[in-house]
Design a protein around this ligand. Sequence first.
Ligand SMILES: NC(=O)c1ccc[n+]([C@@H]2O[C@H](COP(=O)([O-])OP(=O)(O)OC[C@H]3O[C@@H](n4cnc5c(N)ncnc54)[C@H](OP(=O)(O)O)[C@@H]3O)[C@@H](O)[C@H]2O)c1
Length: 188
Amino acid sequence: MVGTDRRSVRLHLRGAPGGRALPLKSALDVEYSEFDLSCAQMKRYLITGASRGIGRAIAEKLAGKDVELLLHGRDTVALAQTRKVVEPQCAKVIPLIHDLATTRGVSDLIAEVGRDAIDLLVNNAGIAIVKPFTEITSIEWEQTIGVNVTAPFVLTQRFAPRMPPGSSSSTFFPSQQKQRSQTGALIA
Ligand SMILES: NC(=O)c1ccc[n+]([C@@H]2O[C@H](COP(=O)([O-])OP(=O)(O)OC[C@H]3O[C@@H](n4cnc5c(N)ncnc54)[C@H](OP(=O)(O)O)[C@@H]3O)[C@@H](O)[C@H]2O)c1
C-alpha cells in the first residue's frame, strides 16, 4: 500500500444490554479512519527488559519482516540470545544496553533510540525484591522505584507524544508485587 492509500480499521466488539449475544454483523462495528494498514511500512518497536522472560517473549511475538526491534536490557549475553532468536524474522534488530535504575541510564537509552519516532513502547523492565518488607534496603527501594516507576514514566513522557497516530505505549506495572509489613499495611 503506497502514497495516499492510508486508512484504518478499528473493530469494536459490542455486547447487548444484559449480556445477551448480538448477531455477528451488529456486534462488529467497523470504523475507518486515518491510519496506515500498510504491511510495507516499517515499524519501530522499543521493548525494555527484552533480555529474558516476558520481554523476550514479547520480542518474539512482535518480530516481523516490516519491524525494526529495539531490544533493551542490561545483560549483554542474554540480550544477544534474544537478538539471535528474533533477528531472522525482523528487518533490523538493535540491542540497547542501559541500567534503568539510574537517571543517566534512562537518558542514555533515550539518546540511543534517537530522533526517529517509535510506533510502540513496551515498558517491561522491572525488579521484584522478594524478601520480607522490613528487610528491604534503601538501595533496593531506590532501584525498584527507579526501574519500575521512574523509567516507564520518563520513557513514556519522552516517546508517546511523538508516536504516529494509531501507535501505543504499553506499560506493565510491576507493582503487582505486594509486601505485607508487620503492622499489616499493604505496600504496592
Ligand atoms: N513474571 C511474573 O509473574 C510477573 C508478574 C507481574 C509483573 N511482572 C513484571 O513484568 C515484567 C517482566 O517480568 P519477568 O518475569 O519477565 O522478569 P525477569 O525475567 O526478571 O526480567 C526482568 C527484565 O527487566 C530487566 N531489568 C531489571 N532491572 C533492570 C535495570 N536496573 N535496568 C535495566 N533493565 C533491568 C532485566 O534485564 P537484565 O536481565 O538484562 O538485567 C530483564 O530483562 C517485570 O517488570 C515484572 O516485574 C512479572
